[in-house]
Design a protein around this ligand. Structure first.
Ligand code: ADP
Length: 461
């Protein structure tokens, strides 16, 4: 790959991640292009870029950000050198990555081929096996006949988790504790997967009891250099979706951390991984870990990794797409040892959801928006300002608050103080709920597992 310097980068996304990308570009001296839908014509990300263009006229709000041909045609017309897809929308769409490259626009992410090797969970499990990394016991192939599911149940027992091969965001998953639930779950997970991802394939895994979700951030330059940035603990989840994340984990003895991070690199190496990616594992109550999937994109919770390592992952993504090597001075990661970890970081996702009404999304005008600031706080906000319109069209993430402290307790106290400082009026938020989580003794001990929220209904009041 020939190294070049980008002059103009487009974010094919909206909200906080589009703004995050623009900031990284501006710091690198690259000019920025936003796209926005009709519904987003007053959204902040539009105004945070040097240029902004409306896309998807007459299309549904989500579809506006999914128009591959329109977005690429616009990028060409406006002399865009590269497109960053953020997360969600087109971030894991191999066709988009391929078409960008075919049109002479760099795709800031892995190649289409790598996306295909990892995007399907069944395929990714095979990659892990080939790399010699343990996966959760499960079926090798998607379930075609009910009998295959029943045989798996006979051999492994219940509970079983039914998962969409193409799944993401916690969708297309069902837990079955008996045969009836298994057979019904196969049907419903498969239809949900078809509707959400256009692919009805589902497979089975043993459902681990109270695991922790631990994931490793990796970065590769496509020339053979691959490093990890240690792990994040994303066990605090609701409906299999992350709510609070922190780094590093408090549950890993040093030798397990080393083994886990090394295994993450083995999986990335197996596909010659380029750019930023995340290798996800579940850690069981006995301290054993198993690979579940690899996400070939930047993730919402990358902020905590940036805070404990002092590295700018989005800038590194852009520089890698320019053809730079990890060892080049701009990226400055000559080897694994040059990534240092210091202190603890916690991220809370503030959403416009009502915890007292089953987290129903709330809409309207933000009549007051005052955010926190001060020592140890980082904010990554989307459309958050007094007067902003919160619409029902997109996900409900309002602002990501991250805190950093030398100790986990210090980071938690800063987060608590930071959440208390927020004043958001006009639209309901989950701030009170987040405060209940991060002041809970189980959280402060770093011991939450993926069942924590379900097992503590008192957090909701
Ligand atoms: P998605 O791609 O939809 O995010 P993942 O495979 O990453 O799905 O799983 C999301 C979450 O679902 C995990 O963090 C965990 O809480 C739960 N989960 C997934 N697989 C299992 C399993 N085999 N046993 C127990 N929980 C699981």
């Amino acid at each position: 790959m020939e190294a070049r310097k980008f002059r103009k980068v487009m974010a094919a996304n909206r909200g906080e991640i589009a703004i995050r990308i623009f900031r990284a570009c501006t710091e690198l001296g690259i000019s920025t292009v936003a796209i926005y839908s009709e519904e987003d014509k007053l959204s902040l990300h539009r105004y945070k870029a040097d240029e902004a263009y409306q896309v998807g006229k007459g299309k549904a709000p989500i579809d506006a950000y999914l128009g591959i041909d329109e977005i690429i045609a616009l990028a060409k017309k406006r002399d865009v050198d590269a497109i960053h897809p953020g997360y969600g929308f087109l971030a894991e769409n191999a066709e988009f990555a391929e078409k960008c490259e075919q049109n002479g626009i760099a795709f800031i992410g892995p190649t289409a081929e790598m996306q295909r090797a990892l995007g399907d969970k069944v395929a990714a499990r095979k990659v892990a096996k080939a790399a010699g990394v343990a996966t959760v016991p499960g079926t090798e192939e998607p379930i075609v006949h009910e009998e295959d599911a029943l045989i798996f149940a006979k051999n492994h027992g219940y509970p079983i988790i039914i998962k969409a091969a193409a799944g993401g965001g916690g969708r297309g998953m069902r837990v079955a504790t008996n045969q009836k639930e298994l057979l019904e779950g196969l049907q419903s997970a498969s239809s949900e997967a078809k509707a959400a991802f256009g692919d009805p394939s589902v497979f089975l895994e043993r459902y681990l009891k109270n695991p922790k979700h631990i994931e490793v951030q990796v970065l590769g330059d496509g020339y053979g250099s691959l490093v990890h940035f240690y792990e994040r603990d994303c066990s605090i989840q609701r409906r299999h979706q992350k709510v609070v994340e922190f780094a590093p984990s408090l549950a890993l003895p040093g030798d397990t951390r080393l083994a886990l991070c090394t295994d993450a690199l083995k999986i990335a190496k197996q596909v010659g991984y380029r750019n930023a990616g995340t290798v996800e594992f579940l850690l069981d109550e006995e301290g054993r870990y198993y690979f579940i999937e690899m996400n070939p994109r930047i993730q919402v919770e990358h902020t905590v990794t940036e805070m404990i390592t002092g590295r700018n992952l989005v800038q590194a993504q852009i520089l890698i797409a320019e053809g730079k090597r990890l060892s080049d001075p701009e990226i400055n990661i000559p080897n694994q040892g040059s990534i240092e970890m210091r202190g603890f970081a916690i991220q809370c996702r503030i959403t416009t959801e009502d915890p007292t009404n089953n987290f129903a999304p709330d809409f309207g005008t933000l009549t007051t928006y005052r955010s926190s600031a001060g020592c140890g706080v980082r904010l990554d906000a989307g459309n958050a300002f007094t007067g902003a319109q919160i619409t029902p069209h997109y996900d409900s993430l309002l602002v990501k608050v991250s805190s950093w402290g030398l100790t986990f307790t210090e980071a938690a106290h800063i987060m608590d103080r930071s959440l208390q400082e927020f004043r958001v009026r006009g639209v309901k938020t989950n701030i009170g709920f987040l405060e209940n989580v991060i002041t809970h003794p189980v959280f402060l001990a770093g011991e939450c597992n993926t069942s924590f929220i379900d097992q503590h209904p008192e957090l909701l009041v």
